[in-house]
Write a protein that binds this ligand. Structure first.
Ligand code: AMP
Ligand code: GLY
Length: 430
């Protein structure tokens, strides 16, 4: 079977690595991929082939697919989904995994998601949507100035501002609604009450009518140790988390996803892909902060190292509506991913630095380095983005997995590299 994976970050390298293990896969392209995807080999023989086409360049992707006829295309990034890549491929008779444009609205419009949650009784923060700055300000005042102010549309993970008082809330309204910091994406904003609690990542595969909930994981969004500094795309993850038992975790999943899937059915939303609600475990129960309509990055890196099913089978089950007949199987081992970023991240990061130590790590057991912003140049692996690598390790306990991941991180070196030193610590102490 021939596969095409769309995207070139850490998530896509993780998906490629797992898909390449399926004996069913005889050819795998990744567009555009990175230096890590280019090094992967298939269990069935052969190597993964990078194709130099951007993940959002739909016309070129379509003409590549028309010519090469992949049996299945797998979409990683939210941007491609929001552009309607799934609808475009389907219109050409090409099989593709991921939500269509209507279903991808759960991520591409926070206002849509918020209204949907209210219509179907999905627990979320108290919230309203605004295009008028004065009305937004009045609501922030009602909330005592402690709010989350969010651009409605996609904003590269940077469209959320947290305020602690009314002055900060006003500054955020100015930036988002008045100065239109994110262009059309901040024509409207969602204002939520500020929630306290433990934030976790809920992931579930969905085939249009059934959901299969993945184990718990937790991201670390801030750049600095101790959750200090600005938000990033995610600086590290681990799975499972110790905050809830497996049974309580399933309950959280059902509390959110049972009304969600009922709502999808009644609105004619055919969601086939992965739904990822960001959830705050508050003292009065779980509350959804936002929905993503794709695999988390770096959550995927820890999930693929624990998943025992053939991933091709699972993705196909999402498309043919048979997910209920494919129970997910997980290794009992814990997995930890530590992201290494370039200098300057989450602002504009330095690029073009030579990365040392990768070959040595390939020989270590229970460790996998997933590439994100990397490129091959004259035989060397060079940095080419903000988040550069996701060093992932697994072991019997979270502590052992964490030690293994950091031992591997210590062997990697490039100019200006930065990483958090406390990934998974909350899970060990907590
Ligand atoms: P989002 O992209 O909506 O998940 O927001 C980015 C980050 O902002 C989240 O991962 C949370 O850490 C934080 N956040 C979002 N909404 C809230 C909220 N209502 N209360 C507190 N923190 C929030
Ligand atoms: N882990 C954060 C995200 O994928 O949005």
């Amino acid at each position: 079977m021939k596969l095409l994976v769309i995207g070139g970050g850490g998530r896509e390298h993780a998906l490629v690595w797992k898909l390449a293990q399926s004996p069913r896969v005889t050819h795998l392209w990744c567009a555009p991929g990175n230096a890590g995807t280019a090094r992967e080999t298939l269990a069935a023989g052969g190597t993964v082939e990078n194709v130099a086409i951007g993940a959002e360049d739909l016309p070129t992707l379509i003409s590549f697919a028309r010519k090469n006829r992949p049996d299945l295309t797998v979409v990683g990034p939210d941007g491609s989904l929001a552009l309607g890549i799934v609808d475009t491929f389907q219109a050409e008779g090409l099989r593709i995994w991921g939500p269509n444009q209507k279903a991808a609205q759960f991520e591409s419009s926070k206002a849509f998601s918020q209204d949907f949650m209210e219509r179907y009784g999905i627990p979320t923060a108290r919230s309203r949507t605004f295009s008028d700055p004065t009305e937004a300000r009045n609501f922030c005042a009602e909330l005592g100035g402690r709010c989350a102010l969010k651009a409605d549309g996609l904003a590269l993970g940077k469209g959320v501002i947290l305020s602690q008082n009314l002055d900060e809330a006003e500054a955020a309204i100015q930036q988002l609604l008045v100065q239109r910091a994110f262009g059309e994406a901040s024509r409207q904003i969602v204002v939520q009450e500020f929630l306290e609690g433990i934030e976790i990542s809920l992931h579930a595969l969905c085939d249009g009518s059934h959901v299969q909930i993945l184990p718990s994981s937790q991201d670390h969004k801030r750049i600095g140790d101790g959750d200090q500094g600005p938000n990033t795309g995610g600086m590290g993850t681990y799975s499972p988390t110790p905050f809830l038992s497996d049974v309580a975790w399933e309950q959280v999943g059902h509390t959110v996803l049972d009304p969600w899937i009922r709502g999808c059915a009644s609105e004619g939303i055919d969601f086939r892909g992965l739904i990822y609600p960001g959830v705050m475990l508050t003292s009065s129960g779980p509350r959804v902060l936002e929905f993503n309509a794709r695999w988390g990055d770096p959550e995927t890196q820890v999930y693929v190292t624990r998943l025992e099913n053939d991933m091709v089978d699972l993705l196909e089950a999402c498309l043919d509506g048979s997910l209920d007949r494919h129970p997910l199987r997980w290794s009992r081992q814990a997995s930890v991913c530590v992201v290494i970023a370039g200098a300057g991240y989450p602002g504009s990061a330095e690029r073009g630095k030579v990365i040392h130590g990768l070959d040595e790590i390939e020989r270590l057991p229970k460790v996998k380095v997933f590439h994100a912003g990397t490129v091959l140049k004259e035989g060397q692996v060079i940095t080419n983005g903000g988040r550069v690598l996701g060093v992932t390790a697994w072991d019997e306990t979270l502590t052992a997995a964490r030690d293994r991941a950091y031992a591997a991180v210590s062997r990697i070196c490039f100019d200006g590299m930065q990483f958090r030193h406390d990934i998974a610590v909350k899970g060990i102490i907590g």
